[in-house]
Design a binder for this molecule. Structure first.
Ligand SMILES: [Mn+2]
Length: 322
């Protein structure tokens, strides 16, 4: 930290690029903008750059600021990397280099032997940027507080993963007079109407099952199966399985609540087998399995198989709900 602070103090009058990873998420964008606003107070000429693109979720937050896409590092005196220090996440930048790093991910190639603040225990990079700006005696403006709060909220899954330090930093940022509801609003992404329509169709055609204390919803639509499965979880399913039956392909997506882990249910394992049933591939995560295949006629076999697997793990029969 000390080394980084002294380094940043020496950048007055210099042209500095603050760069972050490709498909930059809210924390990456927020940390970069927050740092940029703070360093400008020290008379440093900063630009913010990302590799490839700003993610869909971060577009709204980024819209009020100038963000360079794939800038050329050679056009800057110094390059500070934020929220990453890994080459693969930055390699679309021209003449890529890193002269300093602020990050909450494990140290990558560019973090070696440069001034840095790397704390993997920090829930967001935005918190680390706040601490750096505080040490630099920057005035935390409302603008800075808004973006840094947004980064923290996003990287903690809307505070579900928050720890004491998150609340401590948030409290300091909110003391600038910003409203928390405005922070939430700044990172709310507009829903894609086609996803909403898919969710409506999935709900409309849904079938319900009860296996022990688990409620399972299944449905068949023609596209957007993953957001539709998430929507069925939001209306109360413990497990949601949505199949998209297309002309030449069958895609099945599932989501589940934590509860299934108590029964040793792992959707990635089940969906690996589903992939075989529908003549394709499957996998995913324990609470989000998916499979794609060529055998559209096997859709009901696949759904039945999934219900049976869950039934076996829970040790209860499948009860159809009407
Ligand atoms: Mn992050």
């Amino acid at each position: 930290m000390e080394k980084l602070i002294n380094y940043l103090k020496g950048l007055e009058g210099k042209k500095v690029l603050i760069a972050t990873h490709h498909n930059a998420d809210i924390d990456a964008v927020a940390s970069s903008i927050g740092l940029s606003l703070g360093l400008e107070q020290l008379g440093i000429n900063t630009s913010v750059g990302v590799g490839e693109s700003v993610s869909r979720g971060a577009k709204k937050l980024a819209s009020n600021y100038e963000i360079l896409i794939d800038p050329d590092c050679d056009e800057f005196d110094y390059v500070i990397l934020v929220d990453t220090s890994v080459e693969e996440q930055l390699n679309t930048l021209k003449n890529l280099r890193g002269d300093a790093v602020i990050d909450h991910h494990p140290e990558g190639k560019f973090a070696k032997d440069v001034p840095s603040l790397i704390k993997t225990e920090s829930k967001s990079s935005a918190q680390l940027v706040y601490k750096v700006l505080e040490k630099l005696d920057c005035e935390i403006t409302k603008k800075m507080a808004m973006v840094l709060c947004a980064g923290i909220v996003a990287d903690t899954a809307h505070l579900r993963l928050a720890d004491a330090d998150v609340f401590k930093v948030l409290t300091e940022l909110l003391k600038t007079g910003i409203e928390f509801k405005d922070v939430l609003n700044s990172i709310q992404t507009p829903t894609d109407p086609s996803e909403t329509i898919a969710a409506m169709k999935a709900a409309n055609r849904m079938e319900g099952y009860r296996i022990g204390d688990l409620i399972i919803f299944t449905s068949k639509i023609s596209s957007h199966e993953a957001p539709a499965a998430r929507a069925l979880i939001r209306i109360g399913a413990d497990v949601a399985i949505v199949a998209a039956v297309k002309k030449k392909e069958l895609r099945i997506s599932s989501r589940a609540r934590h509860k299934i882990l108590d029964y040793g249910i792992d959707l990635s394992v089940i969906f690996k087998k589903v992939g075989e049933i529908i003549n394709g591939n499957g996998g995913g995560h324990n609470m989000a399995g998916s499979a794609n295949g060529k055998d559209m006629k096997a859709v009901d076999d696949a759904l039945t198989f999934i219900l049976k697997e869950i039934s076996e793990k829970v040790g209860k029969d499948i009860e159809k709900l009407d």
